[in-house]
Design a protein around this ligand. Structure first.
Ligand code: SF4
Length: 436
């Protein structure tokens, strides 16, 4: 069969789509572009915000419109949490966020038996589903899903209801997969999950995320290892000391923040206050030279006053992030925050998002400029407009002009300027050997 896949949402969804692609290829099917003609259209949906729900519905309608006779199959967080919406969208197969291996068989059966649904209760899941890792041809970076589920129940978030309790990929399996991906030629592995800071917590064997990171770094010494989003509680003196001792761990930490005001953090049911968060920032900056320190921020959370928002802005400045993702609060029916008093007007949310983005841009520029005159290794990914583009270990975007092919090579560059959020430079004089 010709199968077309479309992914919305996070790295976990992207990882699971890549695994589905590998499974369909292994079973003799052909992957075709989503815009093209296919026997089956698969949409891996997202439900992190109301906008994601809307985009998921639009993509499903697009598939049905372009191919009235084809099989339209949906999976992912939106399908898991809103199966009733699928009925009105003329979907042939509705699955959720579990049992990807079973989903592949259901897709093959759906050609004969339409209108099927295969949804379980995510809260009852206990096993981590091991899927084939790795992306299709030509990718430099591979995601390695090491954790699923979340039990933090932040008051604005629907994900625990879509993904269930914490399940972790066994450490030995993670190390084996990492070695396999290195052997396939990837130069960077991204450890991802719904909430990787919870890795191993259900196993009660005392192992934590840093044990896993050490094992993966040792199993794939020729790869850079990058961490997905972390919770501040993970960042301790012990974590930083051991992480700083890993030569191939990327000094880039995405530390989920959401607000810099303690009163707002409490209403969000986040598991830290601004002091604990700042302690993590100090520890990371103390153990790494100019680490990439990125964060997510929600503005306009219910009840957020101008005073509270000013506290957040001041806190951002104190942390001096290298880059930020800023989201206006999205009201999610079914979450406690959706019922909270003091819902903020969209115009106010947008205005606060602009102010936070302005500050984030200034911090990012200052951090990028701090690299000028220094030599830093870059993993090059692609060539555009005559320049090779890639990222440093700290996750700074970088570009050089070079006659040699740099795809999937880690090459030191001398940073000479920072323009439009990109470090520009020249390859270090002694990089010529292909293995550099
Ligand atoms: S940590 Fe909070 S925001 Fe992140 S997935 Fe869990 S409940 Fe959602």
């Amino acid at each position: 069969m010709n199968i077309a896949l479309y992914t919305l949402g996070c790295k976990v969804n992207q990882y699971e789509t890549q695994a589905l692609e590998r499974l369909f290829l292994q079973r003799g099917h052909t992957l075709v572009p989503f815009e093209g003609e296919a026997d089956v259209y698969i949409i891996n949906t997202c439900s992190v915000t109301a906008v994601s729900d809307k985009k998921s519905r639009q993509t499903i309608r697009r598939a049905r419109k372009q191919a009235p006779e084809a099989v339209v199959a949906v999976c992912g967080c939106y399908a898991q949490t809103h199966p009733q919406d699928m009925e009105g969208l003329d979907v042939d197969l509705t699955a959720g966020t579990g049992d990807r291996l079973g989903f592949v068989e259901l897709v093959e059966q759906a050609v004969r038996a339409r209108r099927t649904a295969a949804l379980d209760n995510p809260m009852e899941r206990r096993q981590f589903e091991i899927l084939p890792p790795g992306a299709l041809e030509g990718r430099t970076r591979a995601m390695l899903k090491v954790e699923d589920g979340c039990v933090n129940f932040c008051s604005y978030c629907i994900i625990p209801y879509a993904r269930g309790r914490v399940r972790s990929l066994p450490l030995e399996e993670a190390a084996a997969q990492a070695a396999g991906l290195e052997a396939e030629g990837y130069r960077e592995l991204v450890l991802t999950g719904i909430e990787i800071s919870s890795w191993g917590q259900e196993r009660k064997d005392g192992r934590t995320l840093i044990d896993l990171v050490e094992a993966v770094c040792a199993a794939a010494p020729g790869c850079r290892v990058r961490l997905g989003s972390l919770e501040p509680r993970t960042v301790t003196e012990d974590f930083c000391r051991r992480a700083a001792a890993l030569p191939n761990l990327c000094p880039h930490f995405h530390l989920s923040l959401q607000s810099g005001c303690d009163a707002v953090l409490a209403r969000m049911n986040r598991k830290y206050d601004s002091n604990r968060y700042f302690e993590s920032v100090k520890l990371l900056k103390g153990h790494f030279d100019r680490p990439g320190l990125t964060a997510d921020l929600i503005v306009g959370f219910p009840g957020e006053t101008e005073e509270e928002f000013s506290q957040t802005l001041a806190f951002l400045e104190r942390c001096a992030f290298s880059s930020m993702h800023i989201f206006p609060y999205s009201r999610r029916p079914g979450t406690p925050a959706a019922e909270m008093a003091g819902q903020v007007l969209n115009a106010v949310k947008e205005e606060r998002a602009r102010r936070a983005a302005g500050l984030a841009a200034r911090m990012e520029r200052a951090w990028l400029e701090s690299w000028i005159g220094r030599t830093v290794p870059v993993l090059f990914e692609e060539k555009r407009n005559g320049l090779w583009f890639g990222h440093t270990g700290q996750y700074a975007p970088a570009a050089v002009s070079c006659g040699e092919t740099l795809h999937n090579r880690i090459v030191p560059i001398l940073a000479e300027s920072a323009e439009n959020g990109i470090l520009l430079g020249t390859p270090a004089s002694d990089f010529s050997s292909p293995q550099a």
